[in-house]
Design a protein around this ligand. Structure first.
Ligand code: PMP
Length: 288
């Protein structure tokens, strides 16, 4: 495996960063998870725009232009002979002193790893995922905007651990008002009485690229979509529920907090969105 590290391709064993990098010391940096489908980097431009926004939000100057980053992502896929896979693009604040201040840090580090990923077993796309609400709340936007895809994922990691400890693969996270925010690495959708709902970004969700794709599909399929604050009750009583994320793609969710969603089986709308999503992924993006 060849890793892109600050302008060079190096073997996995030699892909090393400084212990003084604030990305490691403080989670000071930003990242993207991107999918490659049949040689097409899905929505690469949207991912790079979100990376730029995340970097801007944390006052980190990206050391490469959008085009340079795009080319590096594609080249990393080519170097690893990948046609399908998952690309992790990471930008760190760079090596600095032991204090918190990023003054004196740099240059920013750019890391690209192209590999494979399977977040959930294939059978769950047929049978559906069961999720549970966990005590850890989604971080407040006044503390750190959840829209920033930063290297500091402890909030989500704690929620993931809590879910796993009680036998669930994914956690539902609420915001500090008790509204549904998102799952640890996925956005949430419910379908109720002919309308598709997802929490607005100010409920504490990331502006998911897959979420955006599902919104496009809703328009194509003439399904009414509302961005609206949701409670757990809305999920328990929905006809259908599904989660969206780059790694998870679109996955049906059939149980929330021990309550079956709808019939307790993946619903027809969820199946239509999953198949339309799978058709779309090789068409929207950049060929490597
Ligand atoms: N929420 C969080 C917290 C995430 O980490 C992710 C995955 N990046 C998502 C939602 C889904 O976003 P996307 O569809 O862009 O992968």
């Amino acid at each position: 495996m060849k890793i892109y590290l600050n302008g060079k391709f190096v073997d996995k064993e030699n892909a090393k960063v400084s212990v003084f990098d604030h990305g490691l010391l403080y989670g000071d940096g930003v990242f993207e998870g991107i999918r490659l489908y049949s040689g097409c980097v899905f929505k690469l431009d949207e991912h790079l725009e979100r990376l730029e926004f995340s970097a801007k939000a944390i006052l980190l100057d990206l050391p490469m232009s959008r085009e340079e980053l795009a080319e590096a992502v594609c080249e990393c896929c080519r170097q690893n002979d990948l046609q399908d896979g998952y690309v992790r693009l990471v930008v760190t604040r760079g090596p600095g002193h032991l204090g918190l201040s990023p003054d004196g840090c740099g240059p920013a580090g750019v890391i690209i790893i192209a590999d494979n990923i399977q977040l959930y077993p294939e059978v769950l796309y047929e049978t559906g995922l069961k999720i549970i609400t966990v005590p850890t709340r989604r971080i407040n936007a006044a503390a750190l905007p959840p829209a920033v895809k930063s290297l500091n994922y402890l909030n989500n990691i704690l929620a993931k651990i809590e879910a796993k400890k009680v036998g669930f693969q994914e956690a539902l996270m609420l915001n500090d008002k008790g509204e549904v925010a998102e799952c640890t690495g996925d956005n949430v959708f419910v379908y109720s009485k002919g309308v598709l709902y997802t929490p607005p970004l100010d409920s504490g969700s990331l502006r998911g690229i897959t979420r955006g794709t599902v919104m496009d599909i809703a328009e194509e399929l003439n399904v009414e979509l509302r961005e609206q604050a949701l409670t757990r009750y809305d999920l328990w009583t929905a006809d259908e529920c599904f989660l969206t994320g780059t790694a998870a793609e679109v996955i049906p969710c059939v149980e929330v907090d021990h309550r079956a969603v709808g019939s307790g089986q993946p619903g027809e709308i969820s199946k239509r969105f999953i198949s339309r999503f799978r058709e779309k992924v090789t068409r929207v993006g950049r060929m490597i």
